[in-house]
Ligand binder design. Sequence first.
Ligand SMILES: C[S@@+](CC[C@H](N)C(=O)[O-])C[C@H]1O[C@@H](n2cnc3c(N)ncnc32)[C@H](O)[C@@H]1O
Length: 373
Amino acid sequence: MTAPTNLDTRQALAERLGDGLTWSMETLGVYLGVELGLYRALDELGAVTEAEFAGHAGIAPRYAREWLEQQAVAGYLACDDPQRPAAERRYRLPAGHAEVLVDADSPYHAAPLTLALAGIAGVLPRLLEAYRSGEGVPYAEYGRALRDGIAAANRPMFLHELASTWLPAVPDIDRRLRSAPPPRVLDLGCGLGASAIALARAYPRATVLGVDQDEPSVARAEAAAAEAGLADRVAFVVGDAAELVQDGSFDLVTIFEALHDMGDPVGALRAAKDRLAGGGSVLVADERVADTFAAPGDATERLMYGWSILHCLPATLAEDPVEATGTVLRAPTLARWAAAAGFTDVEVLNIDNPFWRFYRLRGQVSTSRPPPR
Ligand SMILES: C[S@@+](CC[C@H](N)C(=O)[O-])C[C@H]1O[C@@H](n2cnc3c(N)ncnc32)[C@H](O)[C@@H]1O
């Protein structure tokens, strides 16, 4: 095979960036649809004209027309009669699209991912400053859209996989959570609380305590637990996972896609370990990346590095970190952290998930010190 000429290389890269712009703008078009309730309106109305749609969704008619046309051109919506005058055309959600765009409980509900991109877009000027100064951009500054985006990305997995697949893959944990005395679970970096709520639903004897350093997340988690009727068994507190003040011991400590975000991950693991009841375990789910750096990388590495440069690394740097690893937490790094926290056993669990790898950490009570910076 002959090496590509410079012209081929330039052409390919220029086309890739052009395509990227199209995809990015279409992604933000979906963001408008999610935030303004436009897909919900379409789902409620069925095939609809632009005037009916604008009235029901409560948006201005001229914007309604343009957005509907753009969504149909992009293939998110179907237009039944594109040759008719604009005001007479009918638009609808094609079969299957409502699940992705509207149905919050569907495993395919990907539309809110676009919120995360909008959250990142909102702090771009801060990111430019941070890259120059070396400082961080606090998690809270990414705002509600980013919180909602992350939570919506992970919630379907907690709803559909946590109790049916993940925990049954570790039979002794599953058994303990079903038995007496009532099991206690600690969920570190709990975000908006979906994992804690799913755990409590699946294991009616269990009480769950969620901890997160982000106050608005904890407030939202508390409201979600109350709405789910689980406030008597699910509680949340604001705090740094590395500086837990809670007394008592826990049969299971979970950390779902949050260890890489923590400024002191070894401190957090040590705090978790110090609170384990006899026979207890720590279950960590973090990114399913390769063990070593390679470039170019596959789709997962590309996604995780995208998160890392735009969100996770800046947010961790804002914690005055001991470590700032970014999103790409590789298994050898996690094993090093676990050993530094005093765990003697790190098991990679055989759980099939496209985004996360699952680790079970066990060991005696920690006496080790943090590794040097
Ligand atoms: C990617 S989000 C994951 C949230 C949740 N576990 C989920 O799966 O939806 C990471 C979470 O870690 C929290 N976090 C970051 N640093 C933390 C720390 N030092 N202590 C406690 N929580 C922390 C963030 O506030 C955020 O809610």
